[in-house]
Design a protein around this ligand. Structure first.
Ligand code: PLP
Length: 349
């Protein structure tokens, strides 16, 4: 169990910042019939003529209930990409601070560190795709503000061992972000349950994968109320638009449908994994805890091109460390996977 002085991690300019006070923040409606002449909106109703709720209270209350997390320990963003960017901007001083990421992993940590002028220290995963705890702690210094742990990890598809993550939570002196974009496909438990024990833990989730809503852009950040308060200070006031809030609420109110889709994807994942194993040019199919499969082939470039010529787009991950000659296959519908398997069987030379 750790208690980190979060206020000491926040950038100086953010500590002293007065956030923008929007009209919708200043007067919070209690639902009674009020006349809103405060935000220079067009008064003619069309469903979206009003500014959206900057705190997304309806959606947040629902997610809070479902996840068992207090609403003020939740922040929504325009995709998890915005959430991750906000964490950088709140805590990392450009040219001074650094973050640690663990390739092969999600590309946005590196991109965001580049955009924000923050050094990205890369500590390659071990051969079995686990965090190299000793090396991470060795590379960390007093300016290491964030450690990114993607679990289940993209593109390797495995979840990191619980013990290793715990050790990092105990020992790392900055924020530990556990990116759970694929948690709904995993047999491992979410790290949300550990938020009460670690005030430097941030868990990010998204509606882009299991919830099937990549198009609306909704990322979710769960953390201590102290961290969420800092992020709220710097977020753009209307970062989650009205249409997104409405569609997201509809979807989270219907988690039974989401669960059925996840079950279908997991069933298809097993079928696809098995089919891949049987192909002569597939050398290894990695264990997966996500909605995609990483497989090592004889020649990733050649196989990628062959699939393209037959109308199937996968991801070639060969340039990533530890991923030489690997392809990443997203699990599609039954029909899509059948087509993929058929095509793969035809390209054995
Ligand atoms: C797909 C993915 C996301 C999702 O990002 P959004 O901006 O919410 O769509 C986040 N993290 C990882 C590791 C991903 O693979």
């Amino acid at each position: 169990m750790t208690k980190i002085a979060i206020n000491k991690l926040v950038r100086e300019n953010v500590v002293g910042l007065q956030p923008y006070a929007s009209a919708r923040d200043e007067y919070v409606s209690d639902g009674s019939e009020m006349v809103f002449l405060d935000a220079n909106e067009n008064p003619f109703e069309n469903g979206v003529n009003r500014y959206p709720d900057p705190q997304q209270r309806g959606l947040k209350a629902m997610v809070a209930t479902q996840k068992g997390i207090a609403p003020n320990a939740i922040l929504f963003g325009n995709g998890s990409d915005e959430v991750l960017d906000l964490i950088f901007r709140a805590f990392c001083e450009p040219k001074v601070d650094n973050v640690i990421s663990l390739p092969p992993t999600y590309g946005m940590y590196k991109v965001l560190s580049g955009i924000n002028g923050v050094e990205n220290r890369e500590v390659i995963l071990t051969e079995d795709f686990e965090p190299n705890v000793e090396e991470i702690l060795k590379r960390a210094d007093a300016n290491s503000k964030i450690l990114f742990l993607c679990s289940p990890n993209n593109p390797t598809a495995n979840s990191f061992s619980r013990d290793r993550i715990l050790k990092l939570l105990e020992e790392f002196k900055g924020l530990v972000v556990v990116d759970e974009a694929y948690i709904d496909f995993s047999k491992e438990e979410s790290w949300l349950g550990e938020l009460k024990n670690y005030n430097n833990l941030i868990v990010t989730q998204t509606l882009s994968k299991a919830y099937g809503m990549a198009g609306i852009r909704l990322g979710i950040c769960f953390a201590s109320e102290e961290i969420i308060a800092v992020l709220n200070k710097i977020k753009p006031p209307y970062n989650v638009n009205e249409l997104t809030q409405e569609r997201a609420l509809e979807r989270v109110l219907n988690t039974d449908k989401v669960k059925l889709e996840v079950i279908a994807i997991l069933k298809e994942r097993a079928i696809l994994s098995k089919a891949l194993v049987e192909l002569s040019f597939v050398l290894k199919v990695y264990k997966t805890d996500a909605n995609f499969i990483l497989a090592k082939v004889d020649n990733a470039h050649k196989r990628y091109q062959q699939l393209l010529e037959r109308g199937i787009v996968v991801r070639n991950r060969t340039s990533q460390p530890l991923c030489e000659n690997t392809l990443r296959f997203t699990v599609g519908t039954k029909e899509e996977n059948e087509k993929l398997i058929q095509v793969l069987k035809e390209m054995t030379i």
